[in-house]
Design a protein. Structure first.
Length: 105
């Protein structure tokens, strides 16, 4: 399967999945952080770090959240990957500009 690029404004970073959980999912479900953490089987501290957007959604956490929210782990992993790639690209911009592609697209 060939990789394709997503058309999005490159000036604005993708939203951290923790922000979606904090602003959309938990309020919609009417759950506290403590109750959500209990249902997810993770510590309150771990969930707080995710909601504060200071820690990533791991594969295991994506499985838990995907089951909990009913939308599967892929969505959460893709959001985290988009977030991580954008920030890595910003940090590495100068270094990446020096790399010549082997094949021209």
């Amino acid at each position: 399967m060939e990789e394709y690029s997503v058309k999005r404004p490159l000036k604005r970073p993708p939203i951290h999945p923790g922000e979606i959980l904090r602003e959309e999912v938990l309020p919609t479900l009417g759950l506290s952080v403590s109750e959500a953490a209990r249902r997810l089987g993770i510590s309150r501290q771990q969930l707080h770090r995710i909601l504060a957007c200071t820690h990533p959604i791991t594969t295991e956490t994506a499985l838990r959240i995907g089951k909990f929210a009913g939308n599967g782990p892929g969505l959460w992993l893709r959001m985290q990957q988009a977030h991580d790639l954008w920030y890595a690209e910003q940090r590495m911009k100068n270094e990446l500009s020096k790399i010549e592609p082997v094949l021209q697209q």
